[in-house]
Design a protein around this ligand. Sequence first.
Ligand code: GSY
Length: 173
Amino acid sequence: MNVVYLSIGTNMGEREQNLKLAVKLLTETDGITVEAVSSIYETAPVGFIDQASFLNIAVRLKTKLSSAEMLNVCQGVEQELGRVREYRWGPRIIDLDILLYNHENIETESLIVPHERMFERAFVLVPLDEISDQATEQLRSAHKALATMDIQKEGVVQWKKAVTVEEFVRSES
Ligand code: GSY
């Protein structure tokens, strides 16, 4: 089984419901077992800053799927939630990024793992650290990178405490 960490973000519409629906769709996908979902964090936008604040979570899952198949699943969930790719750093209903796939370094035309900017982004590292077992060098690097950041300054605030995966998706409807 492969261990995969995802980052999920949203800053449009019913943000909490968007996160719950995205995780529910993952739990309903053959070959995927969602093991943990972090607390929900409200985070200041990074990149294009003149937009609404985001809700961000990290998800840990086990899967039989390859990294390319996992990317397809993530893009399918984005489409299911009605994401339209408008401009690169702009507002979005949902964004699912593959952060880590086992301890692998992957570089294809469509996928780079570890995610290119993850070690610089508190909105990725704070939720990730919460559900990470630091079992790989990449996870330990993520933990170290987080230790050097001023989380308050980066605008990352816990918005809802973590619950079990079952509880997280149960209230989606
Ligand atoms: O890369 C994911 C989309 N995104 C986000 C995000 O999820 N959270 C915050 N805080 N800023 C972001 N800028 C972009 S682009």
